[in-house]
Design a protein around this ligand. Structure first.
Ligand code: ADP
Ligand code: MG
Length: 260
């Protein structure tokens, strides 16, 4: 089934499009001797779709994890919607609720139904009533084309369906931003497009997204900007058209020659 999209009734996206939403300023992180994030600076505006690409080990996942504080940073700041991410505490839980995260490996709760996977956080974190959370969940599952799977367990679904549930689950918190770390890398080839279609739909709707992916079709179609990372640094930042046709750095030229 092809996912279809309509503006969700509960969404606050597209509001104040264009203002800075994520401000990353002089961020540094080491793992022992490894300089995994080396002076990272960038701004992601509301409604912008940023694709992060680069060789394995360049720090892409660490950057994503730093943005919702699954990782600490050594120095610098990351601010989301004007609030600098705290180290810990209650504000951190709130900020994390504002940032959806979709991982390579789906990470659904295996012992809960698809519907429960989507309703859990709205009920627990936002205190939403069960009936309301279920109504919202069904709307979101319908948007990603898996409403008919709501009563199943995750293991009964294909990888592509599970990843679409994971996207619905992140949308259920009405996040200001969605981070996706290689969301299609673990999928069988025939399932990649059904997930990319959902991602393109979200982008077209104005969701702010930071997506680590090597799916150039998605980058060309949906990205406003590509960040190319190597050795913990943002080496190049350009529009997809510029980046893919005229990469400036040797690192980017070399990387693209291997994947295109
Ligand atoms: P990417 O997502 O671009 O492949 P990562 O951010 O996962 O890169 O990793 C960047 C580098 O940091 C790699 O060399 C990786 O081995 C190292 N690394 C990642 N997580 C840890 C950790 N928890 N402890 C030590 N080294 C790590
Ligand atoms: Mg990674």
């Amino acid at each position: 089934m092809q996912p279809t999209f309509s503006a969700p009734s509960t969404s606050n996206i597209s509001v104040r499009r264009g203002e800075p939403l994520v401000v990353i300023d002089h961020v540094e992180k080491h793992y022992g001797d490894l300089h995994v994030l080396n002076d990272i600076n960038t701004v992601v505006n509301r409604g912008e779709v940023v694709v992060v690409i680069g060789p394995s080990g360049s720090g892409k996942s660490t950057l994503c994890r730093a943005i919702n504080r699954l990782e600490t940073i050594d120095s610098g700041t990351i601010a989301i919607d004007g609030e600098v991410l705290p180290e810990e505490g209650k504000e951190l839980a709130q900020l994390r609720a504002d940032v959806g995260m979709v991982f390579q490996s789906f990470n659904l709760f295996a012992h809960k139904t698809v519907l429960e996977n989507v309703t859990l956080a709205p009920i627990k974190v936002k205190g939403m009533k069960k009936a309301e959370a279920e109504r919202l969940a069904m709307e979101l599952l319908d948007r990603v084309g898996v409403a008919n799977q709501a009563q199943k367990m995750p293991a009964q679904l294909s990888g592509g369906q599970q990843q679409r549930v994971a996207i619905a689950r992140s949308l259920a918190m009405n996040p200001k931003l969605i981070l996706m770390d290689e969301p299609t890398s673990a999928l069988d080839p025939e399932m990649i497009n059904e997930v990319l279609d959902v991602m393109v739909g979200l982008a077209e709707q104005g969701m702010t997204m930071i997506v680590v992916t090597h799916e150039m079709g998605f980058a060309r179609k949906a990205a406003d900007r590509v960040l190319f990372m190597a050795d913990g640094q943002i080496v190049e930042e350009a529009t997809p058209a510029e980046f893919f046709s005229r990469p400036k750095s040797h690192r980017a030229q070399d990387f693209l020659s291997k994947i295109l």
